[in-house]
Design a protein. Structure first.
Length: 265
């Protein structure tokens, strides 16, 4: 395969202005990329490096995953599914990470940003994971108006481009940092499976994280085929998240997966 095929499959699937990276894990060929550094708003894909930051802090002894603290009402916002978190609930950092990943819970994410610190979380994923273009700047909102966020500088938006996202998924798959196995487990319990997951073949597993707003729709994670071949794949698009647009990801995944792993389709 060549990078030009990513463009062809994206066009055939109807993906608008995509940023893509396909990274086989093992001996199944080189990584292929399509505009992977473009600074597209990451939406909820930012939650994966945030959970990784929590695990890195725990490994350093700077935080405890079982550390509990009451959830603050200031972090409440809407979610795509009912949140299990209410103000005053003594949530542990591990719970917050899991809810942020498998449910994509915005309240858990906002609470994590307070517990970890934005500058501190940004620094640790850059230093220890090499996610040089990733940054945590603003709390997440489930709808307009945006959640009040006095710590936001009013300028920067959260950043986690496709290149960084694929790098992180490779490191998770390769168990390159403490807690990576736990994080892949949360990704594997993903509630939202209406994008790339639609293009899987029987026996495939996909540990992944989506991102959605009225302007962007994304998906990315670790694909494991039935015969244990693996790849990291990340797809960002500048399309609104709608059922019709999200289904296009499935078409793209089917085309790419079946060509890349032709003899295991």
């Amino acid at each position: 395969m060549e990078s030009s095929e990513l463009q062809e499959y994206a066009q055939r699937a109807g993906l608008v202005r995509p940023s893509i990276l396909w990274d086989p894990l093992g001996s199944d060929g080189p990584a292929l990329a399509l505009d992977p550094e473009r600074p597209i708003y990451p939406a909820s894909t930012i939650k994966t490096p945030l959970a990784a930051a929590a695990l890195l802090f725990a490994a350093r002894g700077a935080r405890r995953l079982d550390e509990r603290r009451p959830v603050r009402s200031e972090n409440l916002t809407l979610n795509d599914a009912p949140s299990p978190i209410e103000p005053g609930y003594p949530a542990s950092i591990e719970e917050l990470c899991r809810y942020a990943i498998d449910r994509s819970d915005n309240i858990a994410t906002n609470e994590l940003l307070d517990r970890l610190g934005r500058e501190e979380a940004t620094a640790i994923v850059r230093e220890e994971l090499g996610l040089e273009a990733t940054g945590f700047y603003r709390k997440l909102s489930g709808s307009d108006p945006l959640i009040e966020d006095p710590q936001w500088d009013g300028r920067h938006r959260n950043a986690h481009p496709v290149r960084d996202a694929a790098r992180l998924f490779r490191q998770i798959a390769e168990r390159a940092f403490p807690g990576a196995e736990l994080l892949e487990g949360w990704l594997g319990e993903q509630w939202w499976n209406d994008k790339l997951s639609l293009g899987l073949a029987p026996g495939d597993r996909f540990a992944h994280k989506t991102g959605d707003t009225s302007e962007v729709t994304h998906d990315g994670g670790i694909l494991t085929t039935g015969d244990r071949r693996r790849a990291a794949i990340v797809v960002y698009t500048e399309m609104p998240s709608t059922p019709e647009n999200n289904a296009r990801f499935g078409t793209f995944m089917r085309l790419l997966r079946n060509e890349a792993f032709r003899d295991s389709a």
